[in-house]
Write a protein that binds this ligand. Sequence first.
Ligand code: CMP
Length: 157
Amino acid sequence: MSLSDSDKIAIKTVLQKMDWYEHLQPMELTSLLAGFEKANMVKDEVMITEGKTGEIFYIIDSGSVGVFLKRKLVDKLVATLGPGEFFGEMSLISDEPRSATVVCQEDGVVFTLLRSTFRKVLMSNPVIGDMVRKIAASRRSDDRAIEFSEWMGKGLK
Ligand code: CMP
């Protein structure tokens, strides 16, 4: 469903707070506003499941989510994300399965983009594409460092 005028104002307000807003061309902003959908999220709702195929990119308008790496017994919380932050970019960039499970921690609203618009508009903008790729790479390296330290800890026990 396309966004109402007040939703468009809300998504513009979120985008304006993000580092890449100033690099968006007017045509790109128009394409984004036409492509974004709005969804409510409720506490404990699983937004993304590790290992599944990724199709959607999310920007948090309100509320928060926890990012968990799968463990045999208890999943490990690696990050908490809130308003103005995004998730779901890694698998859309790499074409690999979802790298983590993302669960709503506090009720809120997310704006979502399909993979095709994410790639065509955001990733095709050289500056924004670079910014998103850098964040994805830094998250991946954090996850690997956590995996490695856990593995070392187990090995030393
Ligand atoms: P994706 O792999 O598509 O799906 C899971 C998402 O969790 C991932 O994209 C990132 O958006 C997010 N994610 C994974 N690891 C981290 C991390 N260390 N910090 C913040 N977000 C992460």
